[in-house]
Design a protein around this ligand. Structure first.
Ligand SMILES: *Cc1c(COP(=O)(O)O)cnc(C)c1O
Length: 460
């Protein structure tokens, strides 16, 4: 398996390059040169697999040059041994929708599912190469916690997490700041998520800086995250589709990472009909799918903060695919985005995208009402991101079965869930202590220079 950049399809990279660099040197995103395809016969074989067995089969396809099957087996089993349910995820029926609960990992968000795998992959790769790295990552709330949980207490690796000060929930923050580990550094930046993400991008782009600290990234642009997220589309498909019929997925979307994993699953042969892009009022993707114009606006703060994003980085991967791997075209469009703050997709390309994607944006009121109604009708507490995905699914007349990705535990969004349902969502027992533990984080101003020197001075 070889990888290429969305901005240059000629130069090939190994899985290890892709894994450690995160972003391609030309600023593009890494994608597999060729996506593996399963015949329907092969799919039938996988039907009875446990989550871990399925993960081993699928992940191996993407990183055979780096890991053998025993390695992957060890990585997967280690990654999921502490999840609170046996098969990593669980499926619940609410009315005619199937809720795919992805939040049974250590930090109560779907990001744990990929991040734990990444933590264990780092360990093996760094040991084999006898090297050290510093991870720098921006978070809109959940990435940071999942990354810290996966990296804490490991040797040869430090992690620096930038979060927008006061723009994540208290529980989200405490998951990050109460981890008492020497290799973990939390930075509260007086700004929003897009600025934090741009700082990380600039640090990567500054070759002198990024090389000097051997910088690595685990943001949702890291291919390994996408790869690990493909698994639960397969797993839930086998549980929900009874006769091999096509099903839909509704996915709460910020960076277009999770839903892009669903698109890859579809390209791998999984019978998926529509992928529903569910956004909050940060509706850049909905606007792009409707008009073809991709144009970031100002970030709105919502009750689903992990999607308060206007630059949906992974969308570049979809565009690359829609333009049949024409990296020159992608380079041009991204140039337009840099220069003019927007780009436009051609009509035939947009049509192609619409074959696989629907999109809807859900208002704050709708989100809250859905939290309330879901509790009233089914006695299920859902978090606001899941509510956005339910709301989006309900906007369409869907004839196929539909799986809604439930991306976070309700207790992570305590205030809004309590105010809508009058029920206090409870953290799982073993996590309750984070509420009373001492917090540790540094507040820094919205200045790249200060953040860089903070990181440089503490890098390992
Ligand atoms: C990160 C996150 C999302 C959005 O995922 P993307 O991969 O950025 O599209 C949705 N819900 C929750 C709870 C998240 O943490």
């Amino acid at each position: 398996m070889e990888y290429i950049s969305t901005r240059n399809k000629e130069k090939v990279f190994s899985f290890r390059d892709v894994f450690l660099k995160g972003l391609a040197p030309d600023g593009g995103l890494f994608v597999p040169k060729k996506i593996p395809f399963f015949t329907s016969k092969e799919l039938t074989n996988y039907k009875s697999f446990s989550y871990n067995e399925l993960a081993i089969e699928i992940i191996l396809k993407f990183c055979k040059n780096e890991f053998n099957k025993e390695d992957i087996k060890e990585i997967i089993n280690k990654s999921y041994k502490d999840f609170r349910v046996k098969n990593v995820v669980e499926i619940k029926k609410i009315g005619n929708l199937n809720l795919l609960e992805l939040f049974h990992g250590p930090t109560l968000a779907f990001k744990d599912i990929a991040m734990q795998v990444i933590g264990n992959m780092y360990e093996i790769i760094l040991k084999r190469n006898n090297s050290k790295i510093n991870i720098v990552v921006a978070t809109s709330g959940d990435t940071g916690a999942a990354a810290i949980s996966a990296i804490k207490d490991r040797s040869n690796i430090k992690i620096f997490v930038l979060h927008p000060e006061n723009k994540i929930t208290e529980v989200q923050r405490k998951f990050m700041t109460t981890v008492n580990s020497n290799n973990v550094f939390n930075i509260a930046v007086a700004s929003n998520f897009d600025d934090c993400q741009n700082f990380v991008k600039s640090m990567f782009a500054d070759k002198k800086f990024s090389t000097s600290i051997n910088m690595s990234g685990v943001n949702s642009i890291n291919w390994a995250r996408i790869m690990a997220q493909i698994i639960y589309y397969f797993y839930s498909y086998f549980k929900v589709s009874k006769n091999g019929e096509k099903i839909n997925f509704s996915v709460p979307t910020g960076n277009f990472g999770d839903i892009y994993a669903g698109y890859i699953a579809k390209k791998m042969g999984l019978p998926i009909d529509k992928l529903i892009i569910a956004t909050n009022s940060n509706d850049i993707l909905k606007r792009a799918i409707k008009s073809g114009i991709y144009k970031p606006l100002k970030v709105q703060h919502t009750v689903s903060p992990s999607m308060d994003i206007q630059v949906a980085s992974n969308f570049e991967r979809l565009i690359f695919d829609a333009y049949s791997n024409d990296s020159d075209k992608v380079l041009k469009l991204m140039g337009n985005l840099d220069k003019h703050g927007e780009f436009k997709l051609e009509k035939n390309i947009l049509e192609k995208i619409k074959d696989s994607f629907f999109s809807a944006s859900i208002t704050e009121k709708e989100t809250k009402d859905i939290i309330k109604e879901t509790y009233k009708n089914y006695e299920v507490l859902i978090d606001p991101h899941t509510a956005v995905a339910i709301g989006a699914a309900k906007k369409f007349k869907l004839k196929n079965k539909t799986v809604v990705l439930s991306t976070a535990h309700s207790a992570k969004f305590f205030d809004v869930v309590l105010s809508e349902t009058k029920i206090k969502p409870e953290l799982p027992k073993n996590l309750k202590t984070i509420l009373v533990k001492q917090e540790k984080f540094e507040k820094l101003p919205n200045e790249l220079k200060k953040i860089k020197s903070y990181i440089f001075d503490r890098s390992g």
